[in-house]
Design a protein around this ligand. Structure first.
Ligand code: GDP
Length: 691
């Protein structure tokens, strides 16, 4: 029948993974006792190793859920901390060190924590047992211990000593049983003493008569009885004692020699239970008994939980299976679909528009610098300025000056580094589009995957940036010396530049409106502008202008006024140039010196066309081919070592789905195991344990 405990412990551990299982609880043996009652010594003698944290100031701060696995094939004894991913620790002093550190990780202010440490020990010499070591009860809080420590320990123990757990109540023989905190606690939750085993330690410290009397105690009768032990190990010093792995043998030798030297009190006729070996046997029997008695209710409860889980699975997810792999694959498909849609909508025309837009701005810069320049003088150094637009120089087509101006402007355009500008403009547009695609895709909920995709895009784009940029520059070389414009290109330039000027005009007017709002209205702005205009002409003295302003206007207001005057003048010029571009004179290519706007626009278009041809072949097509592969390879790198599960669980909706599927699978597994047990053990069920 002993196989039940092993299987049930396995089931218990599986059920713990299911999480929050309220209805299914399988019993464990909970060890309680006052500090120094010998609790650690008893546990260590059961396990056969010294592994618990020691030291005068060392109190257990977290429950240790200890699973002992009888493993006949284990060549050496070893421990595992499954939650920490620490496996096969054969050095028990290392286990002790780990436990000490885990214990210390609870801040002193918190006193104790109910977050258990899981430790599994495999050995051919241990019985299958599920034990929980709890902090020892303290009588009076020590000098350096927080006041509520006593209460917190007691509350923590109360949580664990509930049924169906079996209570191992440790009391020392040299302390009156009436004062045993462990027995007092057990009485509160198990008043009839049905699931408490009394362990009396330090039997060697009282005389045999008294010891035997305790073991047959009638004052606190326990159905599972008392066992007397002597679990003191030969003295060793140091915080981490050297583990001999032979603790049980030593202890039981000592016990035998003591108990057999008092046959009247402890011999077979005395009908008392003594010795750690007896205690171990008792624990195995009691746990097995308790587990078997729980077999049917546990089976029923798991059935119910599984039914509920299956129902939820149907209602919430229509029984749709879910794995992290499937989720990643679906997310990738979804993203690729979006990407293909983007790829078919972003090509030469879009690149042309982007690059031409950027060059339009450069054209405007050239025009402003060479043709429209009408600097606004600093107020304090008012310079004589042309009075109105009529004063602006007219481009006399015969004047070599204007020839030079246009040639320089055109050459400046071709030499501004169109290669770099083009690759940068397109690369950042593609990057922005990809980032936007990601934000529309399922990856939006996964910050790290999002970053991987974004980085994949910039890597692929950056790979080609230099060669593309150089290639463009090379192909533009002829234009750097001369640009030959056809009449048709001129015509297109004329139409296009009208739009560019209009947009620029709108911007000026928009900025003007903003200024009006900032200074507090149109009227106010007008006043400042009038002042600025006057000052510029030298009509009024402004020597007095200081950091605090002039003419009753603050310095900040004057700055706004200057800005407004600049915008107004620029708007006037643009208006005038729009008219010029539309005029009859600008119809013909021959008059190009009159119409620098049209000529430069046509040049910009030529540059754009050549650059786009290159960009398409060198950069965009390459990107479309390589980017999806790069994303897949970078994502799969990220999914290693638990990354896939972490990724899928970032999305709360998927996490819930995955949890439910996992829960269902675990419950099915547990049910299969427990039903197998029920069939095998049906004959044994209900067997009572007599001691
Ligand atoms: P805990 O605080 O309840 O875990 O108690 P320990 O197991 O650390 O034991 C407290 C002290 O009692 C230690 O010095 C042990 O060596 C000693 N001790 C434990 N069991 C026995 C025993 O059966 N006989 C004697 N004489 N001393 C014991």
């Amino acid at each position: 029948m002993m196989h039940i405990t092993k299987a049930m412990i396995e089931i218990r551990n599986l059920l713990q993974k299911v999480g929050q299982s309220n209805t299914v609880t399988l019993p464990a043996i909970v060890v309680i006792g006052s500090q120094s009652s010998g609790k650690s010594s008893v546990l260590e003698s059961i396990v056969g190793h010294e592994f618990l944290p020691k030291g005068s100031n060392m109190i257990t701060r977290r429950p240790i859920e200890l699973t002992l696995v009888n493993d006949p094939d284990a060549k050496v004894d070893y421990g595992e901390f499954p939650d920490l991913g620490l496996h096969r620790i054969t050095d028990f002093s290392l286990i002790q060190k780990n436990l000490t550190e885990l214990n210390m990780s609870v801040p002193e202010s918190e006193c104790v924590s109910d977050d258990p440490i899981h430790l599994v020990i495999h050995s051919p010499r241990v019985p299958d047992l599920s034990l929980i070591d709890l902090p020892g009860y303290i009588q009076v809080a020590g000098e350096n211990q927080p006041r509520e420590l006593k209460r917190k320990i007691s509350e923590l123990c109360d949580k664990y000593i509930r049924g169906p757990n079996i209570i191992l109540a440790i009391s020392a023989a040299d302390v009156d049983l009436a004062n045993s905190t462990a027995l007092q606690a057990s009485r509160r939750v198990d008043p009839r003493g049905e699931r408490t085993i009394g362990v009396i330690t330090k039997m060697d410290l009282v005389d045999p008569e008294k010891g035997a009397a305790i073991l047959t105690d009638r004052q606190y009768p326990l159905r599972l009885g008392y066992v007397g032990v002597i679990s003191k190990l030969p003295t060793q010093s140091g915080l981490f004692k050297r583990d001999t792995g032979n603790v049980l043998a030593t202890i039981s030798r000592n016990e035998k020699s003591y108990f057999s030297s008092h046959p009247d009190q402890f011999g077979p006729g005395a009908r008392v239970n003594t010795g750690t070996v007896t205690l171990r046997k008792k624990l195995m029997q009691v746990l097995e008994q308790q587990m078997s008695s729980k077999l049917q209710v546990t089976t029923d409860a798991i059935h119910r939980e599984l039914e509920e889980t299956s129902y939820q699975f149907k209602v919430q997810y229509n029984e749709e299976p879910m794995t992290a792999e499937a989720y990643l694959a679906a997310s990738l498909d979804d993203f690729k679909h979006l990407f293909h849609k983007f790829a078919s909508s972003f090509g030469r025309p879009q690149m042309h528009e982007l690059l031409k837009g950027a060059l339009d701005q450069r054209v405007l810069d050239q025009l402003a610098a060479r043709y429209w320049n009408k600097p606004i003088g600093d107020l304090s150094t008012a310079l004589p300025e042309p009075d109105s637009i009529a004063d602006l120089p007219k481009a006399d087509p015969k004047s070599p000056y204007w020839h030079l101006q246009l040639d320089t402007a055109s050459s400046a355009l071709t030499r501004l580094g169109v290669g770099r500008l083009a690759t940068t403009v397109v690369a950042s547009a593609v990057q922005a589009n990809i980032d936007q695609l990601v934000s529309k895709s399922t990856f939006a909920k996964h910050p790290s995957a999002r970053q991987v995709i974004s980085e994949a895009a910039s890597t692929v784009l950056a790979d080609r940036a230099y060669t593309t940029s150089d290639g463009i520059e090379f192909s533009l070389k002829p234009y750097k010396y001369e640009v030959d414009i056809q009449q048709q290109e001129w015509q297109q330039g004329r139409e296009h530049v009208a739009g560019v000027l209009k947009t620029e005009l709108d911007h000026c007017q928009g900025a003007m409106k903003n200024l009006e709002n900032v200074v507090g209205g149109k009227k106010k702005l007008k006043e400042v502008m009038t002042f600025v205009d006057k000052a510029r002409k030298g009509d009024i003295a402004v020597e007095g202008e200081t950091r605090n302003g002039a003419g009753g206007f603050s310095a900040a207001l004057l700055a706004k006024g200057r800005e407004a005057v600049f915008l107004r003048d620029r708007a006037d010029i643009i208006n005038m140039r729009m008219l010029a571009a539309k005029s009859r004179q600008c119809k013909s290519l021959e008059n190009k010196y009159y119409c620098p706007e049209v000529f430069l626009d046509a040049v910009a278009t030529k540059l754009t066309q050549t650059a786009v041809l290159f960009l398409n072949v060198e950069m965009l097509n390459d990107f479309y081919a390589r980017f999806p592969r790069e994303v897949e390879s970078k994502l799969s790198e990220q999914m290693h070592g638990g990354g896939l599960e972490r990724f899928a669980r970032e999305d709360p909706r998927i996490k819930r789905h995955l949890d439910l599927v996992k829960r269902k699978e675990l419950l099915e597994l547990v049910l299969a195991k427990i039903e197998g047990l029920s069939q095998m053990g049906s004959g044994d069920r209900g067997r009572e344990l007599h001691d």
